[in-house]
Design a protein around this ligand. Structure first.
Ligand code: GLY
Ligand code: MN
Ligand code: MN
Length: 452
């Protein structure tokens, strides 16, 4: 079970509603794809090469979607339409490791729970007929009856539907945001002291009570030019003395019942031109967040962001072209070389971002924007990140110097910003019929502290 689980009547009710949605989704998908039952495997620990140590266990997201169990390997959800879902819960008698706790909490009433002390005993619980199996397939399962392992059409349908979050999922994601906000506040306070990236990372984890393995993704804790490395996950132990401290970018989330938050903030150490650029980016980011409304085209939001970033770069004297022209010419892609964001939920980069329909037809990103991970139209109850950025990445700048767009750049101004690395501001936003709900800003507001 994950830490800090709430067991309130509220959660029981929310979870019952969530399972009702799951039953409906599975009933329809099983019927469409002509299966008699579904078997969802949590997964098993993976051993390191030539070693007797396992990698951290990460549960199958399809399993986590059924139950808030992130650390129960070798367990199964077994569902046959019309019957209560069975949870085959593996709880070995193991004195080397801590076995999972007895099942307890708001979620247990929804399952017919069978405790297994031997892995292969799950075989006796398998229903007859043709079963859709979701999870990491193992050869031993082939003796347990007739399965199709990870049938693509069945998975497409479930992935397409995962974009719509249930009220239970939204409550979990609000909690994940609240934990992330606690971590971000502690990290910011640590940054203001003489600390290293490593120290800041520890302050973050302590505040949200997460081990490294419980984080939904590796924390990005970047001082100065490290902020120009989009996925910088090395945590330097060197303390940078105050006169050399320029900037701090932290991209760090938290987990709650298997659901993720994904939050980025950037700070300038001094009240300087970079601080001004951060403020402008914050303003722009909030304008985009306000446009997360049903019917909006996410790729259009991404392209609008490029034009607006062009405007910021022009106003900051970094480029000589105006915003729209800079975006059209591809100039802004040097400074904003990733997508505006992605779906988020059980996975940080949640599935289904390119799906036009439950059949899996793909909506490609606009040409020249291949890194965009979400191409669907926004609909109510979907949760996505909004994470615009401006970076001064030397390898991309060098390529720009070799292109005809070189003359559209004020290189003296670029040189001034290179030591700061870059800016990213990232929130998690729910689209609703009554306007966007910004889970991240709400979480910071509840802490009584504004972070930008
Ligand atoms: N933290 C990874 C991302 O923002 O997508
Ligand atoms: Mn993100
Ligand atoms: Mn992020």
């Amino acid at each position: 079970m994950t830490q800090r689980q709430k067991s309130t009547p509220d959660m029981e009710e929310l979870f019952a509603g969530h399972v009702a949605v799951m039953l409906d989704r599975y009933d329809r998908a099983l019927e469409h794809h002509k299966f008699d039952a579904a078997v969802v495997y949590s997964g098993s620990p993976h051993m390191q090469f030539l070693d007797d140590m396992a990698y951290p266990f990460k549960a199958n997201p399809h399993f986590k979607c059924w139950a808030p169990l992130t650390q129960v390997p070798d367990s199964f959800i077994i569902y046959r339409p019309g019957e209560k879902p069975v949870l085959a819960y593996f709880q070995p008698d193991d004195y080397w490791h801590k076995p999972p706790d007895d099942p307890a909490g708001f979620w247990t009433a929804q399952f017919d729970i069978r405790i297994l002390t031997e892995k292969d005993n799950a075989r006796t619980l398998m229903p007859v007929g043709h079963k859709a199996f979701l999870g990491e397939w193992q050869e031993r399962f082939s003796k347990w009856g007739k399965f199709s392992a990870n049938p693509q059409g069945f998975i497409h349908e479930l992935h397409y539907q995962r974009a719509w979050k249930t009220p239970y999922e939204l409550a979990c994601m609000a909690e994940a945001s609240a934990l992330g906000a606690l971590g971000h506040r502690a990290a910011y306070l640590a940054f203001c002291e003489d600390t290293s990236e490593y120290d800041i990372h520890l302050a973050y984890c302590a505040a949200c009570e997460h081990t490294d393995d419980q984080l939904p993704y590796d924390n990005i804790v970047a001082l100065n030019q490290h902020a120009a490395i989009l996925h910088y996950t090395y945590r330097d132990t060197a303390v940078i003395p105050a006169p050399q401290r320029k900037s701090f970018l932290i991209d760090a989330g938290a987990s709650y019942n298997g659901y993720a938050s994904d939050i980025t903030r950037t700070y300038s150490f001094k009240d300087d031109a970079f601080a001004e650029l951060i403020d402008q980016m914050d303003e722009l980011q909030q304008i985009i967040c306000d446009q997360v409304i049903p019917g909006a085209s996410y790729p259009e939001l991404h392209l609008d962001t490029h034009r607006a970033i062009g405007g910021l770069l022009h106003a900051a004297g970094v480029i000589t072209m105006h915003g729209d022209e800079a975006a059209e010419a591809g100039l802004t892609s040097t400074f904003f070389p990733h997508g505006l964001g992605h779906y988020i939920g059980l996975q940080v980069h949640d599935v289904g971002g390119f799906m036009n329909d439950a059949g899996g037809e793909r909506i490609s990103p606009p040409q020249g924007h291949e890194f965009l991970r979400l191409t669907r139209t926004v609909e109510s109850d979907q949760v996505m990140t909004i994470e615009p950025g401006i970076y001064f990445i030397e390898s991309l700048l060098n390529k720009l110097k070799d292109s005809p767009l070189k003359s559209a750049v004020n290189w003296t101004q670029v040189e001034k910003f290179i030591p700061y690395g870059g800016i990213r501001i990232e929130d998690n936003v729910v689209a609703t019929d009554n306007g966007p709900i910004n889970l991240t800003r709400d979480a910071f507001d509840k802490l009584g502290q504004s972070h930008s």
